[in-house]
Ligand binder design. Structure first.
Ligand SMILES: NC(=O)C1=CN([C@@H]2O[C@H](COP(=O)(O)OP(=O)(O)OC[C@H]3O[C@@H](n4cnc5c(N)ncnc54)[C@H](O)[C@@H]3O)[C@@H](O)[C@H]2O)C=CC1
Ligand SMILES: O=C(O)[C@H]1O[C@H](OP(=O)(O)OP(=O)(O)OC[C@H]2O[C@@H](n3ccc(=O)[nH]c3=O)[C@H](O)[C@@H]2O)[C@H](O)[C@@H](O)[C@@H]1O
Length: 475
């Protein structure tokens, strides 16, 4: 095949200044001082936060502020001027949201590609020169083909678009470390000279800091499917260990010992085997449901059922934990105060999307408990928004049962139980004032550890009754 020389990338535009676009392109700007990176978004409040003088960035991510401080105004810019940034760029990342559809065909399963499509149409409409368009969002297999059709059908004469798939594998809370040192960068391209040239151009951007052997070039469809597959396999491990946690609780086995023992088998590996209240976050559930939808569309009902069970197990785990709380508190939590520690879906993020805390607090509210919530990062506005929507109840009504706190200790006064939902370091710290908590609570005082992070022996010495997920010798 004749080769085509690749474009030297001088200007990058990223459409979508969210959890992926923001950190990813900030790190590109840091590692590639010779490239001008402009991150654009339709949401002016989000862009204003990225540009805020006191660096009150719209997302909390360890290390991110430092990267933005070093690059903003140098070769990194945040803007709402989408057209200008698109026109000036050689390469455009499409990093917009792809939530699960809530209505119409595939509702509850399929990805809503409306944002990807309108960003793509917009590129075609305003671009005045050829571009490399990179699918950064997580999308169903063969979305690149739809993007190509939209671009080709709407472009101005003389404008040519090459499409690449470059899914993102960062995890929230460790995004900057993940971007600095990725296990791999996956780039999918069409098997054509133009595809290879576009792939080489993007590879050369990453090659500024990622070792060449970790930059993987594959076909477009493999790249798209690999992203869904990676999330599905990661989530499947959590559902597997959570299924085992239920067996541990009734047999006297300890899920941490089981995870350690099986994880030492190099074929299994030790990561992603922490039993929990269930996985949360904006992507695992959405991407698996997307895979379920894809399987069903391909007339593979057994495959669909297999992946569906990973999500079903996760739902069951969350509700099982909520029931454990009620069962141990003598079958009722009506009017009892339940202190909930943590609301984010995992530690080191302020993100609450699909957080197990939402399901747990909702079920405690349904049992007519008084729920007191503390999270070190999540804003109270966000918690009210999540809970009003989950309970379909206005704030005024909800506030009769739900209070939000700015410190852990104030949640404990008169509480019957503490429920640890997020694995914030603060709750696992030896300095955490468990004695103070015990003194403030009604007796017997319970701790339900949904993350296996508290020191059960120490808490029992203080007088607590302790129930830890996946451990037989509870209380
Ligand atoms: N959150 C995560 O940790 C990861 C997410 N992903 C994927 O990356 C994609 C983006 O996810 P997040 O960054 O979390 O979403 P997000 O919701 O935080 O950010 C998306 C942004 O795109 C903006 N947007 C939507 N349409 C636009 C348009 N036409 N023009 C300009 N801006 C537009 C929205 O206003 C929003 O600020 C999703 O497909 C997700 O599945 C992939 C890996 C990790
Ligand atoms: O596509 C995405 O959005 C991203 O989804 C996950 O990243 P993220 O959801 O940010 O965070 P994870 O660390 O994967 O945790 C997800 C959930 O699983 C839970 N978890 C994780 C690991 C574990 O052993 N047990 C467990 O319950 C976490 O507490 C959290 O609720 C993947 O890890 C990323 O590779 C991927 O890019």
């Amino acid at each position: 095949m004749a080769s085509v020389p690749h474009t030297e990338i001088k200007r990058i535009c990223c459409i979508g200044a969210g959890y992926v676009g923001g950190p990813t392109c900030s790190v590109i700007a840091l590692k590639c001082p010779h490239i001008i990176v402009t991150i654009v978004d339709l949401n002016p409040a989000r862009i204003a936060a990225w540009n805020s003088e006191d660096f009150a960035l719209p997302i909390y991510e360890p290390g991110l502020e430092d990267v933005v401080r070093q690059t903003r105004g140098r070769n990194l810019f945040f803007s709402t001027e989408v057209d200008k940034a698109v026109q000036e760029a050689d390469l455009i990342f499409v990093s917009v949201n792809t939530p699960t559809k809530t209505s119409g065909v595939g509702a509850g399963y399929a990805a809503d590609l409306n944002y990807v499509e309108s960003a793509t149409r917009h590129i075609a409409q305003v671009a005045t020169s050829s571009k490399i368009v990179v699918e950064k969002s997580t999308v169903p297999c063969r979305t690149a083909s739809s993007m190509r059709t939209i671009l080709e059908s709407n472009s101005r004469p003389g404008c040519h678009f090459d499409i690449l798939s470059n899914p993102e594998f960062l995890a929230e809370g460790t995004a900057i470390a993940d971007l600095y040192n990725p296990d791999r960068v996956l780039i999918g391209a069409l098997d054509t000279p133009e595809g290879a040239a576009a792939c080489a151009a993007l590879s050369s951007v990453y090659a500024n800091w990622v070792p060449k052997e970790r930059i993987l070039n594959v076909g477009l469809w493999s790249s798209e499917l690999s992203k869904l597959a990676a999330n599905a396999l990661l989530a499947q491990r959590i559902s597997s260990i959570n299924a085992l946690s239920a067996i541990c609780e009734t047999t006297g086995a300890d899920v941490r010992e089981v995870a350690h023992a099986v994880g030492l088998d190099s074929r299994i590996g030790s990561k992603f085997l922490r039993a929990s209240v269930g996985f949360g976050g904006s992507c695992f559930q959405k991407d698996i449901l997307n895979l379920v939808y894809l399987s069903e569309s391909l007339h593979l009902p057994e495959v669909a059922k297999y992946w569906r069970s990973v999500v079903d197990m996760n739902e069951w785990q969350k509700l099982r934990f909520a029931k454990t709380v009620v069962d141990n508190l003598f079958g009722t939590i009506t009017n009892k105060r339940i202190a909930v520690l943590g609301f984010a879906f995992k530690a080191d993020t302020g993100d609450t999307r699909e957080s197990p805390a939402i399901t747990l607090v909702k079920s405690f509210v349904a049992e007519r408990a008084k729920v007191a919530v503390y999270d070190p990062q999540v804003s109270h506005d966000q918690i009210w928004m999540d809970m009003q929507s989950a309970c379909s109840t206005p704030k005024q009504e909800l506030s009769k049962q739900l209070t939000l706190h700015t410190d852990a200790q104030s949640t404990f006064a008169g509480a019957s139980a503490i429920v640890v939902v997020t694995e914030w370091a603060e709750f696992a710290s030896p300095n955490f004032d468990w004695e103070g908590a015990f003194a403030a609570m009604t007796k017997p005082a319970f701790v339900f550890d949904g993350r296996g992070i508290v020191n059960g022996a120490r808490l029992r010495e203080i007088g607590f009754k302790v129930v830890t997920i996946g451990r037989g010798e509870n209380l």
